[in-house]
Design a protein around this ligand. Sequence first.
Ligand code: F6P
Length: 564
Amino acid sequence: MTTLPARDLKLYRFESPKSAHVHELPLAHKGAWKALERHFRDQGRRFDLHQLFAGHGQRGEIFTAEGAGVYLDYSKNLVNAETMILLVQLARECALPQRIEAMFSGEKINNTEHRSVLHTALRMPPNSRLEVDGEDLMPQVQEVRRHMGEFAEQVRTGAWLGHTGKPIRHVVNIGIGGSDLGPMMAYEALRHYSQREIHFHFLSDVDGAAFAETVRELPADETLFIVCSKTFTTLETITNACTARDWLIAQLGEEGAVARHFAAVTTNIEQAQKFGIDPANMFGFWDWVGGRYSMTSAIGLSTMIAIGAAQFEEMLSGFHAMDEHFRKTPLENNLPALLGLLTVWYTNFFGARTQAVLPYSQYLKRMPSYLQQLTMESNGKHTTVDGDTVAYQTSPVYWGDNGINGQHSFYQLLHQGTQIVPCDFIGFCKPLEQIGNQHDLLMANLFAQSEALAFGKSAAEVRLENTPEELVPHRVFEGNRPSNTILIDRLTPHSLGALVALYEHSVFTQGVIWNVDSFDQWGVELGKALAKQTASQLADSSLPLRHDSSTNALIRRYRGCRSE
Ligand code: F6P
């Protein structure tokens, strides 16, 4: 565990602001920010991991933190104890502890939409209470969970019969963004624990090919569609849901079949009813759950059908364990806070533009896509909560892939490219499938990559290998490339929950420092509105085109080409 010297802590103690809502000073005027700028100028930009490790024999054990079953080694970062003290101080000056409390207690911290942010309530244990505006939210949360459990169990046991009396063997989740990425990531991650007699499909793209390929082999009378949409107005989802309904009716020959083959998860019960879904198969949630934070709401229905209600509860308990860790652990040892602050350090001081996430687990192959929405839809903002334009960079581009596959494609750039790309390595000590020594081989690669990135290989070392002189510069690894290693005992529903919550709260931490609303997503609206207008112009070629000359020409070309 990190123990920062008390003497140093005192040196950097600044007052925390009282208000949980606003930054009292712009970020760049804060004492800790200015101290970080000086620290970066005087030391940080020249940090050398060789020296940092040489100067502190226990660094690999000290620059670590642990909680909720997750071990974080952040020693291979370009930081020293002073950096960490200053980053933590910055968090205090930005009122992170107060903001955490404000979120957990239901204050309307999503200020542009005037909403509470309470995805953490979804994972609270049964029998807990959470009063917001005089109302205990937990009975509704528990009731939806109970309903989900009942429905999931019926589908899993084959008691839920389709229109022709057959049990369900295929579940198609229709949704996009947070109504797709969470369930899909969780299904892939927890496949080991899933009911193998039922097959899961995820339909998000409005490209007709996605629908056609999804249903090609599906027996309609054994298929359940779960339409997931917080708003129930998302064009892609509603279009796919309508196509699925038409397909089902055509296959089974009766409109009445819809009731046994469609369920809906939404906050917009009225629209779902209009669509024709039986209210008994509807699962609600609330506007205080953001789409990208919704995998523990009823949006997780497909996950629950896959792994069962008991294991779903375990996943929730993993989320909750990390929630509690985030809420109660001092920032110095608080995993999400540390992870978020390190991202701020690289983004705002080293000028890093991207952050790689590299799971060494086949089961986590969808984790990077999931994290892309979580991180970038949350913090890809240029306006502060007060409506001012930020004077600093906000979210980096998150990207990544299964680490082993990445090694044979993009790691070249990580090792020898010209930009700094902080990496998160994620691995598990125990495999879910023990096949020979394959897991050791997998993990050896993870450890080797973080070591190679950090310490590289000097020209002298390359020469010692009798390398021809002209190849020496090509074979040198500068090293000094930062990474975190997240090590977990085993991939289970519980540990997946803790891991996802770790990133959720890291995103929250970043948003608090950058003073942005991490829970709205106005940036997706313009494209949606233009697409609607353009869709009518594609449907009716007589409609005039009033776009820019490029868009007009492209549409004319498309119209011409389509009608050939
Ligand atoms: O367009 C972005 C977005 O609003 C996401 O925030 C959301 O997860 C996704 O679309 C899907 O929205 P819905 O669940 O309302 O269909």
